[in-house]
Design a protein around this ligand. Sequence first.
Ligand SMILES: C[S@@+](CC[C@H](N)C(=O)[O-])C[C@H]1O[C@@H](n2cnc3c(N)ncnc32)[C@H](O)[C@@H]1O
Length: 200
Amino acid sequence: MQKNNPYDKIAAVYDFPLMQYVYWWEHKRALFDLQPVIGPCARILDIGCATGKFAKKLRGAHPHINVTLLDASANMIERSKKACPFAKALCKKFLHAHLPQKSYDLITIIDALYCLENPKKAIETCAQLLALYGYLYIIAPQSENFLHKILIAYTKLFPTEKTSVHIPAKEIECTAKESGLLLIKKYKKYGQWFLLFQKH
Ligand SMILES: C[S@@+](CC[C@H](N)C(=O)[O-])C[C@H]1O[C@@H](n2cnc3c(N)ncnc32)[C@H](O)[C@@H]1O
């Protein structure tokens, strides 16, 4: 577990409506995109789950799914445990988590890929963790867009974003393809890319 994780400091205010405004839209889109690909007892890993808001909504829509939550911030994980008592919650940095290979039917990374130290390595690791025909769903900022580059430069002033590593959607796709993940769906909305891959 990382001590003094900058996300620990904002966990208490993370669920405030102003903070959740953007996520509300993203979660709505994600629920819609994932509806057709989630089997009744799917094993799901939510990386960078924050307070567990998304997993709670997902479980509301799919009552028999088996959810694992992972976040590097202890305070976020404490909150996610309260929001999602049905889930297994892990307080770890994803690339140090040593999770079992070929064990998940769906991995979601909602607005957290840039937090994972090495986004390409994170995608390669996800490919190893997915069962055959399992899905990887990523929502990531349109970092190749000029206005977003300015916005990202600004967000780097905040402790939570200081070490963020943004890669363009093309690079996400390329890494996923090299890792055996087939692109199923891709579109942009609200300044974000929405990407769905399937393992083959
Ligand atoms: C912007 S928030 C993600 C939002 C969340 N997915 C949602 O839908 O509400 C980024 C999260 O990633 C977590 N995080 C940062 N570095 C991480 C790492 N190396 N491994 C796992 N989680 C990490 C942070 O603690 C934070 O909760």
